[in-house]
Design a protein around this ligand. Sequence first.
Ligand code: ZN
Length: 180
Amino acid sequence: MKGVVFNILEDMVTEKGGLMMWQKVIDKAGFGGGYTAVSTYNDDELFSIVGAVVEELDLPAESVISAFGTYMFGQLASRYPVFVDSCDDLFSFLESIDSVIHLEVRKLMTETNLPSIKCERIGDGQLVMDYRSARRLCVLAEGLIYGAAEHYNTPIKIEHPVCMHKGSDHCDMRVNITHE
Ligand code: ZN
């Protein structure tokens, strides 16, 4: 995982709990910190730190990971605005992830472990996302989608009826615009 993801996690933890909190979770996870945005670090290192955050906050892992995804989206959108600026609405953006955004990420960051994401619109205000990833970070993906929905001012609900954590070879995430 790229250092930028660690940087964003550090920003979130520091924003919510102060610098001491970040130092505490880094110590707890047994790492030194000091991540560089474009360097690559072991995925396990990120998961250990997230695990330490979960323990420290005493919250369910899923809600911490999802909140991190939502926070991460806002940070990525401000660091790399070209990706969100080129799409006018949420669904166009979601459809561009696999073909446009991940292609650019691969070029920029030599990141090879990206998920495969296929989108299909199945009706008015409904889109099904087929998510496949060796990392199985569908909860993080859900959080990112909620972050994208906030960015485009589009209220949504996500259903997640098919999941790799429940024995499937992929996840289906149904994104419904709620018109609230
Ligand atoms: Zn899933």
